[in-house]
Ligand binder design. Structure first.
Ligand code: BG6
Ligand code: MG
Length: 216
């Protein structure tokens, strides 16, 4: 089956926003006197804002109402959104523009499929709109990764089948979502964390379209 679309996660794949998410969650956890570290933070990658908050509050002795939780998530998000305003195209991770250019020249579709409700804003700040045929974020789906909804939405919008799509992900939950959708997944980052996919590269300078096509 030929490769017809590449569906990219955003945070940790196209731009390193994970550090801003971490700083914003850490500030909230510290204010609430809840222990939070980088290891717990790994579990937040790829999952939605509210699911992230629930993971952080696992260590809290206080029970928060849904209304209070919504306010805590808003507090974190306002801090996060303020931090990401500093992003410019210089923040695009290495190899991303070259790979997107190769896809465009080969007529292969590309989409952003992110859990983040700020996905569109971040793509604007990075000035990457011209490279993507679709930019889908957290506001476009009702079920967060590892549910496959966001990848299936991109696939259906392009009128393709799952085996014509490749997902590029840095999060365990995102790879799970791709697999449930019946798509191949290429991992970016750490082999020790992305144990659920066969192919893991350090970053996008480590592969090109020819190499990716060989996976098909
Ligand atoms: C994902 C990140 O892309 O988006 C998660 O990996 C984040 O860490 C999630 O929680 C939701 O983002 P946002 O911007 O909607 O809070
Ligand atoms: Mg990610």
């Amino acid at each position: 089956m030929a490769l017809k679309a590449v569906l990219f996660d955003l945070d940790g794949v196209i731009v390193d926003t994970a550090k801003f998410h971490y700083v914003a969650w850490k500030a909230l956890a510290d204010r609430l006197n809840v222990y939070f570290d980088e290891e717990i933070n790994e579990r937040l990658k790829g999952v939605s804002r509210m699911a992230s908050l629930d993971i952080i509050l696992e260590r809290s002795e206080t029970d928060y109402s849904d209304e209070e939780k919504a306010a805590l998530a808003t507090e974190k998000n306002e801090n996060y959104v303020a931090m990401v305003q500093k992003l410019t195209p210089a923040g695009i991770l290495p190899g991303v523009v070259d790979f997107l250019t190769e896809l465009q020249e080969a007529g292969i579709k590309s989409a952003v499929c992110s859990a983040s409700k700020s996905a569109g804003m971040i793509i604007d700040l990075l000035d990457l709109n011209g490279y993507f045929d679709a930019v889908l974020g957290g506001a476009d789906v009702s079920r967060p990764k590892p549910d496959p909804e966001i990848f299936e939405l991109a696939r259906d919008r392009f009128g393709l089948t799952s085996d014509e799509c490749l997902v590029v992900e840095d999060a365990y939950a995102g790879v799970e979502a791709a697999k449930i959708a019946g798509m191949r997944a290429l991992g970016i980052g750490d082999e020790a964390i992305l144990t659920n996919t066969d192919v893991v590269y350090r970053d996008m300078t480590c592969f090109n379209l020819e190499g990716v096509k060989a996976l098909f």
